[in-house]
Design a protein around this ligand. Sequence first.
Ligand code: ATP
Ligand code: MG
Length: 410
Amino acid sequence: MASEADEGSGGLDDLENQASRKDALDSLRMDYQELTDKAQQLLTEKLFLENEFDQLKKRTSRLEEELSNIRTPPLIIGFIQDILDGQAIVRSSNGTVFMVSVNRRLDSTNLKPGSRVALNQDTLSVVEILSDSWDPLVSNAEILDSPEVEYGSIGGLEEQIRELKEAIELPFENPEAFSKFGIDPPKGVLLTGPPGTGKTMLAKAVANSTKATFLGLVGAELAQKYIGEGGRMVRELFELAKQKSPAIIFIDEIDSIGSKRLDVATSGDREVQRTLMQLLSEIDGFENLDNVKVIAATNRPELLDAALLRPGRFDRIIQIPIPDLVARETIFGVHTKSMPLSKGLKLSYLASISEGFSGAEIKSSVVEAGISAISENRKSVTKKDFINAIKKVENNRKNPSGPANEGLYA
Ligand SMILES: Nc1ncnc2c1ncn2[C@@H]1O[C@H](COP(=O)(O)OP(=O)(O)OP(=O)(O)O)[C@@H](O)[C@H]1O
Ligand SMILES: [Mg+2]
């Protein structure tokens, strides 16, 4: 019996064992299935990430290429003569013919014999296809949306504004009067004065107030972008101005192309010289009847070539001084117009403690004072804010690389 019972219980045990084994197996299967699913999922994820990684790698190398293109100006201009197996035969602007590679970024179907292209100065590879019409720099020069500077937002330069209007706007508005009186209105006006005194601002205000087409460029752009092309760009600029006349050409920071060069040895300097010569000949070439005026600005007039300042060229020089006490008060007024000031704070006081400040420095002080009030959660800007701000701006000028500089213009 005992053995039977043993057998019997052994049979039960077996059954139990089988059942639990089956359970275990089932759960193993389920685990296995789960793990397979997970593995599949991970595999898909891996593929996805690998794909993304590849794309990012491509993008990095594209960006790196672009960066190195940007880092290696100036560019040389050339004309495609022929295309052979992805290589280009190019005649550069000084007449030499090269076989060069073409940057992969470019759509080579647009490269045809005769196309005007920009070459990297070191490798000579073609990095840009240029349009045959106006240089983009020139055609973008037109200020379509008038800049938002108005004469009213310029403090303390009433006399200079009057002179500028007289020289530029009056001849456009009333040309007969000038011919009746037998006077030639000036062809060009040069704004000179220390940094941050409002020269660029003045030119923008002219652009805003005049109905004439306003073509604005920064001198360095003319000289630096393409070797051998500065002269052509000046020519195009004046042609465009004549087409769109009445027009005003504004060349900001003209010292970068109009400066005296004692040693014209490097190709960059020769380039500057050529651009300058072209500028002079364009100014000589147009008649007042062409209805084109030139305004130029510089904070380093002593660098300008005397040839630029001869009569018939920039024959009217308007000096923009560092603002005096009264002007400083007006400029503080302009920049604090929409700023809540604490009661009793007098602008005349601020003007009195900012002797020697340029308009730009006054603006920085106002911004700095405002920031300190905001950071302390105050509702208005106090005298103390201004005193600190003015000190900070002053220190910054005396010690431009010192610690006081940190964060000032951030
Ligand atoms: N007379 C002024 N009235 C009001 N704000 C001024 C005046 N002068 C300068 N500013 C302020 O300073 C900023 C810089 O002025 P702007 O660019 O016209 O100086 P700039 O004379 O052209 O200097 P730079 O010689 O360095 O080119 C202006 O945007 C303006 O906020
Ligand atoms: Mg300026």
